[in-house]
Write a protein of this length. Structure first.
Length: 172
């Protein structure tokens, strides 16, 4: 078990680390997640950054859509942005898919003989700088990797939210 403590009145919220992602358990933990998100929003001056690491295709994005809706509001792509954006926004959260930090498009990876899973095909320096900027309360021009076309699309503007989640194969 892990405790999160925030505020001058020291509320204590316990999150179950053994959560296995099932819908029933997600619903059962809804009150805990809501309490944690309210504590974060009312007591933190800077965004809380969470990294979610897991293998490709295992359900990270699906899991984050569910968690994002529990933190407040239905997750949506950025307004006026690319319809193929991997970014999710809700009232309290921004979830960024680290696929957007691929340094090469699909053709470039093929020519370089690397896969999208290869750390050499990631722009970790940009990811670090942008995460740092968000943590400091700033806005960024986040790149977009388009899974449909395999191309690197024009960047989208993302502003700091109380909870900023980076999810992907290499978030740390």
């Amino acid at each position: 078990m892990e405790s999160i403590m925030r505020s001058t009145t020291t509320p204590k919220v316990t999150l179950n680390k053994s959560f296995n992602g099932s819908t029933q358990k997600l619903a059962a933990n809804k009150a805990v997640v809501k309490a944690a998100s309210k504590s974060v929003v009312t007591c933190e001056q800077k965004p809380v950054v969470i990294g979610l690491a897991a293998d490709s295709g295992c359900g990270k994005s699906t899991f984050m859509r569910r968690i994002t809706s529990l933190f407040g509001g239905e997750p949506t792509p950025p307004e006026g942005g690319n319809p193929d954006s991997n970014t999710l926004l809700s009232d309290l959260t921004t979830v960024v898919c680290l696929d957007d930090y691929h340094s090469l498009d699909r053709t470039g990876r093929k020519e370089a003989n690397v896969t999208a899973l290869d750390p050499a095909a990631q722009n970790f320096d940009l990811m670090y700088e942008q995460t740092k900027s968000i943590k400091e309360g700033g806005s960024i021009q986040k790149p977009i990797y388009n899974h449909v076309t395999g191309l690197l699309d024009p960047a989208e503007e993302i502003s700091a939210a109380p909870i900023y989640v980076i999810e992907g194969l290499h978030p740390f």
